[in-house]
Ligand binder design. Sequence first.
Ligand code: CO
Length: 185
Amino acid sequence: MILPVYLYGQPVLRKEAEEVPEDYAGLKELIGNMFETMYHADGVGLAAPQVGLSLRLLVIDADVMGKNFPECEGFKRIMINLDIVESSEETIALEEGCLSLPGVHEKVERASKIRIKYKDADWVEHEEEIEGFAARVVQHECEHLDGHVFIDNISAIRRQLNKSKLNNIIKGTARCSYRAKAVGK
Ligand code: CO
């Protein structure tokens, strides 16, 4: 089932998300719905707060970026209770977008390599080192779990330049090709 994507301005996107308990009812169904929602919207990652649930859960499938970023080839993950345990000092700035901010694209500086810990849908713990654009996707999604969105990282001037776009998203008048839930609608 395709879920509505909560847009910028929705309070759930500003909350610190809760750990997912192991007995969370309907977890696999929720994960399936999140993938369906993400693919429908042509996204490569989706965090639970973006579908209105304040949970430390995210889904990623960055395979479509594999042409430009080989590290993304086959990079499909379900991450529960994710923790970034180490970030490289080396950073790289590249353009990003977000399903919760349709039409907004800005360069964001992020660590080029990270080490993470998370559980998969079967509650198996994983520790992984990820780099390149795949690391960027994970950092972007992880930020959602802490109540942040990618434009929090840009300069005040760049934010100002996006002001009318952001206001339209809040009002619910921004162009959006998928089911979305704006504050003003
Ligand atoms: Co996002």
